[in-house]
Design a protein. Structure first.
Length: 53
């Protein structure tokens, strides 16, 4: 339950920061984060296939 509250507080903090910066910068940062998550997911999936479980 504490993790959920902490996650919601962090989400509120991040969304509050996004409101203060210009929209094009918000989109650029969102694209960078999205690319990073996509690369991370592809690498994790590729490593998962090589390791026997």
């Amino acid at each position: 339950m504490i993790a959920l509250v902490a996650a919601l507080l962090l989400l509120g903090l991040v969304l509050g920061a996004v409101v203060q910066i210009p929209l094009p910068l918000s989109f650029a940062l969102a694209a960078v984060i999205g690319c990073w998550l996509l690369i991370f997911a592809v690498r994790e999936r590729a490593c998962g296939r090589r390791r026997p479980r």
